[in-house]
Design a protein around this ligand. Sequence first.
Ligand code: LR7
Ligand code: MN
Length: 513
Amino acid sequence: MDATLAPRDPRAPGQFGRAVAVPSSKQEEAKSRWKEGNFNVYLSDMIPVDRAIADTRPAGCSDQQVHNDLPTTTIIMCFVDEVWSTLLRSVHSVLSRSPPSLIEEIILVDDFSTKEHLKGKLDQYMSQFPKVKILHLKERHGLIRARLAGARIAKGSVLTFLDSHVECNVGWLEPLLERVRLSRTKVACPVIEVISDKDMSYMTVDNFQRGIFTWPMNFGWSQIPQEIIEKNKIKETDVIRCPVMAGGLFSIDRKYFFELGTYDPGLDVWGGENMELSFKVWMCGGEIEIVPCSRVGHIFRNDNPYSFPKDRVRTVERNLARVAEVWLDEYKELFYGHAYHLVLKHLDVGNLTQQIQLRKKLQCKSFRWYLENVYPDLDAPLVKASGLLRNVGLAKCITVENTRLALEVCDVNNKHQQFNYTWLRRIQHGELCIMPSGATVVLRPCRAGSPSMAWLHRALVALQTQLRDHLVTERLQKSACLEVGPSHKALRVGACDSTNPQQKWQFGSYHAD
Ligand code: LR7
Ligand code: MN
């Protein structure tokens, strides 16, 4: 159903999702209002709150059938300082394009906004819609805990989370609920379309997109390659398995969400919660899907229009580190290796006991399982290099004799000559690490976080490319290089010399640059 199909004023600005231009006499005003939401707030205010938008679903969606006993859903929309017209358009799009019988309620969670229009005026406006409930939080919870506050009072059998600057398209809800009805451990996401921050036009996006991440856990979209689409005869209307969700828009069975322990409540304000829930769902027996017949527009913007209680970057980093610590197992070294500054600053991620216990209780699978079964195309070598560690000048290899280091004729089958070059930049033999000690080098148990065990090699020697093949250690603002001692038997560190072949080293194989 779409109550906006016959719009009252077909010539209204932005009607049918069309682009709107700011009249030249209003440029200044539009510019000055931009920062209210970091998008064109002036235009948003001109556009009807119940505008029609084009039906962007792939052919075939409108003919699809759903069960007539779909579960009901509570819509949860959190906001802090959202623009009035945009928030209203979000709510109207739900009301106009969802079968009323499926909507248990719409919970608007006001995350301690500072704007006056989000208090009494909002309560007043929404009082005409009995299904809309407003929860005014008494302090800033942040998006993650604000969603949980909404979820705790929700009555629908499914929770549907939405951002507060969206437009739900025709038929958006039924296919989401259909997936959850099919299996209560399915988490269903709509295709997220684009509402332009500049001209407020509603634009569709390419089909066959999956939510993915790259190190250090940056969310992104990735197109399924054409040959895979053809080989597997994937249709535009087919549901797409998704390694991670974008975060803002999804339906999940309410009881299942609580069984999973909701979000980690130790996550702060914004960011990383989509990774956490995605890993949790996949590793603990569920699935995340994008449902192509469900489409919701979202205003993408360059910056958050609200303030962060603490520094934004630090907040997100800490959240991601919590996720890494709880879910990534041995792969967390890849996260830290790609965000090495976090290792150096000894980030405090807070208490993780409950999250680790929860993972045990739910008997979740390993991150390795996730990589092999859900996201096999992620490049995730556990170490950067491995095998023999050969000195180029001497053509001999480092070997461990008892607990001492020596040089010996290279032998690939000798397990005492096996070293890993890890993401934490260590040269590691089992549990032991090579580290400088005065002018010599020693083997010591690898202590967590100790930067004195770090060696730079290959791509990491970014500033001095002529030292690419060296193993550089940084101490007291001076760098030194691993080299062979005069006896040709012992190792030591000396002043780096790019021309000295006895300072050049090569691992057996390299798995990452
Ligand atoms: O402290 C806060 N309290 C809030 O209530 C901070 C934010 N919020 C509200 C905010 O008003 C908005 O409605 O939370 C919602 C999300 O915040 P946005 O719109 O500033 O975030 P975003 O759209 O840039 O970010 C995406 O990533 C976030 C990471 O935590 C959340 O998961 C968002 O829901 C998510 N949005 C989407 O997935 C939409 C598609 C974007 C993509 C890709
Ligand atoms: Mn958003």
